[in-house]
Design a protein around this ligand. Structure first.
Ligand SMILES: C[S@@+](CC[C@H](N)C(=O)[O-])C[C@H]1O[C@@H](n2cnc3c(N)ncnc32)[C@H](O)[C@@H]1O
Length: 235
């Protein structure tokens, strides 16, 4: 997913430009930290005080030059208008968050408003078109059968949360003036891996990432990925 995001950023913005990035639901700040280290000005918005504290600890270890470019704010992604002026960001990330949001359209409309013209909205969502795959591969046929007609699923934390369908989000993005520009599948092969599975390293990890990346941009594999990475561009 990071490769895909970098590809979109590189294609849209001049090399070396310091971009204004908003990461909504930044969690422990993995992407925010990566983009700050790459030279961008990053604002992280996170509703969970514990997560925010973890992110603050991670950023505190960074050199002053990076820390100065980062703002971390406690708040709800549904209320970006309370914190920021419209058009204040070049890139808005909302990764792994829509699952937990009961009114995704309202949040997405607010995020699109935060983008300057030509700005990039990067969404990572659970693929609602492929919810039967995980239980099916696990031999849980009852859950697999239910999943065909459901927009909800039980995540690895045991929470009942939402998934999103490509067609629906494509229409939503068009309706909020940030039409879909590119999309990828994420976790085509590795979704079924056990949480405690050993992650390969070195060349084997590189092969794994390359195989996932290739599948994530190739039909028909990307359509049944566990996650979808959608990139809208503000008109
Ligand atoms: C699965 S984590 C994803 C973290 C990070 N974006 C990533 O991709 O690794 C979801 C995060 O979104 C946050 N979150 C959920 N709903 C939110 C909301 N309405 N506003 C802001 N943050 C939210 C959660 O507290 C959690 O830290």
């Amino acid at each position: 997913m990071a490769r895909q995001l970098d590809e979109q950023i590189t294609a849209r913005f001049p090399l070396g430009r310091r971009l204004r990035v908003l990461d909504v639901g930044m969690g422990q700040g993995t992407q925010a930290l990566r983009l700050a280290r790459a030279g961008h000005a990053v604002t992280g918005l996170e509703s969970d005080p514990g997560m925010l504290a973890t992110a603050r600890e991670a950023f505190a270890l960074e050199p002053a030059g990076i820390r100065e470019r980062v703002r971390l704010i406690e708040g709800d992604g549904l209320e970006t208008g309370v914190h920021f002026l419209p058009g204040s960001f070049d890139v808005v990330l909302c990764h792994g968050v829509l699952m937990y949001v009961s009114e995704p359209d309202a949040m997405l409309a607010g995020l699109a408003r935060m983008l300057a013209p030509g700005g990039l909205l990067s969404l990572l969502v659970r693929n609602g078109d492929a919810l039967a795959l995980r239980p099916g591969h696990a031999g849980d046929w009852g859950t697999a059968l239910e999943a065909f007609d459901s927009a909800m699923y039980t995540n690895r934390l045991g929470l009942r949360v939402r998934a999103d369908r490509l067609e629906t989000l494509t229409a939503t993005l068009a309706g909020i003036a940030a039409p879909l520009h590119a999309w990828y599948g994420v976790r085509v092969f590795t979704d079924g891996s056990a949480a405690d599975a050993v992650v390969p390293d070195g060349e084997e990890l590189e092969r794994l990432l390359s195989a996932e990346d290739r599948a994530g941009r190739t039909e028909p594999y990307r359509r049944v990925a566990a996650l979808l990475h959608l990139c809208g561009v503000r008109g």
